[in-house]
Design a protein around this ligand. Structure first.
Ligand SMILES: *Cc1c(COP(=O)(O)O)cnc(C)c1O
Length: 419
């Protein structure tokens, strides 16, 4: 697509945008002058859907009016509240409904799923991750290695970019997997790296990982609700994500989990609790564990309904917009941002996110020369919320549900004037 560097062009794209009214379904924070903030931080915390108040109020009312009977009565009984969330998220991540469950939070789920999917032996005990993975993932993975009695230095294989490069080459990832194949128990990468914004070729990584006999999982904190995923068709073994980033569920919102149906019958070891027990007979309160079929069999506790209410509001909006349509807009929006940034003639900033639209989502990571954070602070003072990631990156995430082309234009104008 040919872009033009004018405000009129941005406004024209907004006018033609078939998803433009969805912006009005979200609350924008206000700048000091009373105008809406230009919000590009949906990769960290998605904006509040206006209907989150209604879904939350509904839970309060059911609690007030039905008390314990709210588990089975009312419009959305708590006993089944997570079913609809799992079904809707399954569509977004390319999974069967049975393969997805909303439960706990991300790092908890990562640890729980590794109980089942990291089963090291004396000879096959290594874990492959991308170097510079999100810290929480590194801590979780290292704790699992230690828990099984191995040494991190020996058991962790980190994938580094080539010298002078910022992102990983798929061929290098696949070669590392092939070279270490017989020793790899688990490959667990972020589907989209939070720092560089690079989306990995999950299909190829899964295929080559499986050829080597490894289990393959992904942390989709930055992938779910952002990238077009086909977890089922790609044969990914398991995945975990949070829902407060691109899925707008609110701070600390319930996490999402995918387990491929190929793994249902394997009788994998798992940590159990009563909510993973077969629902039909759960309340007979028997003492031997009978798991629910599918991903729901990994649940431990009864659901955190308030944290699910925000997700319900957001997923209804996703469904109304259509994820395919969102993808089309996402590519255009990020492409427009990239184009406008390239029009600023300076060597002060540099985009480190891949240029290929298939290797990224709704985020560009802008490296600032000399780690100059004052540039970021000045942008913030002008009413733009992005975020700063040490040591030297400003992340800007134009989200197709609620950002528009004029947001992108206004931001780049502010940046251009500051530079
Ligand atoms: C945001 C994020 C987390 C946060 O974990 P929580 O358990 O939800 O606090 C973990 N890993 C990655 C890759 C993330 O992007």
């Amino acid at each position: 697509m040919n872009f033009e560097n004018t405000k009129a062009f941005a406004e024209k794209l907004d006018k033609e945008d078939i998803l433009k009214e969805f912006r009005n379904k979200f609350h924008f924070p206000k700048h000091t002058d009373g105008s809406d903030i230009i919000y590009f931080c949906g990769n960290s915390l998605g904006l509040q859907p206006k209907t989150a108040k209604d879904t939350t109020e509904e839970v309060l009312q059911a609690w007030k009016n039905l008390a314990v009977e709210g588990h089975f009565d009312g419009a959305n009984p708590w006993m089944y509240y997570h079913d609809a969330l799992g079904n809707k998220m399954a569509k977004i991540v390319g999974a069967k409904p049975k393969e997805v469950v909303a439960m706990n939070t991300l790092t908890v789920n990562l640890n729980l799923l590794m109980v089942s999917f990291y089963r090291p032996t004396k000879t096959r005990y290594k874990i492959v991750i991308e170097a510079g993975a999100f810290p929480s993932d590194q801590y979780a993975i290292k704790s699992q290695i230690n828990f099984h009695g191995f040494e991190v230095d020996d058991a962790l294989i980190e994938l580094f970019p080539r010298k002078g490069e910022d992102t990983l080459r798929t061929e290098d990832i696949l070669n590392t997997i092939k070279e270490n194949g017989a020793e790899i128990a688990l490959i667990i990468m972020g589907g989209l790296n939070y720092y560089t914004g690079q989306a990995y070729d999950m299909e190829s990584i899964t295929k080559v990982g499986h050829e080597q006999g490894a289990v393959v999982g992904f942390d989709l904190a930055h992938g779910a609700g952002n990238l077009p995923l086909q977890l089922h068709n790609w044969q990914v073994d398991f995945a975990v994500w949070c829902t407060y980033k691109y899925m707008n569920s609110g701070p600390g919102g319930v996490g999402g989990v995918f387990v491929h149906e190929n793994n249902f019958e394997k009788d994998l070891p798992r940590f159990t609790g009563w909510w993973g027990y077969d629902r039909a007979t759960r309340f007979l309160m028997k003492d031997t564990f009978v798991p629910m079929e599918g991903a729901q069999g990994w649940q431990m506790s009864n659901g955190s309904i308030f944290s699910m209410a925000g997700l319900k509001a957001s997923l209804d909006i996703f469904e109304a917009a259509g994820f395919d349509k969102l993808q089309v807009k996402a590519k255009k929006l990020t492409g427009f941002l990239e184009f406008l940034l390239s029009e600023i003639k300076t060597d002060l900033i540099e985009i480190i996110t891949p240029k290929n639209p298939e290797e990224r989502g709704s985020q560009l990571s802008i490296r600032v020369k000399n780690s100059n954070k004052t540039l970021f602070d000045k942008i913030r003072a002008k009413g733009v919320i992005g975020d700063w990631r040490e040591p030297d990156v400003i992340r800007i995430a134009p989200v197709p549900l609620y950002n528009n082309f004029t947001d992108v234009y206004r931001f780049v104008e502010i940046l251009r004037q500051l530079i």
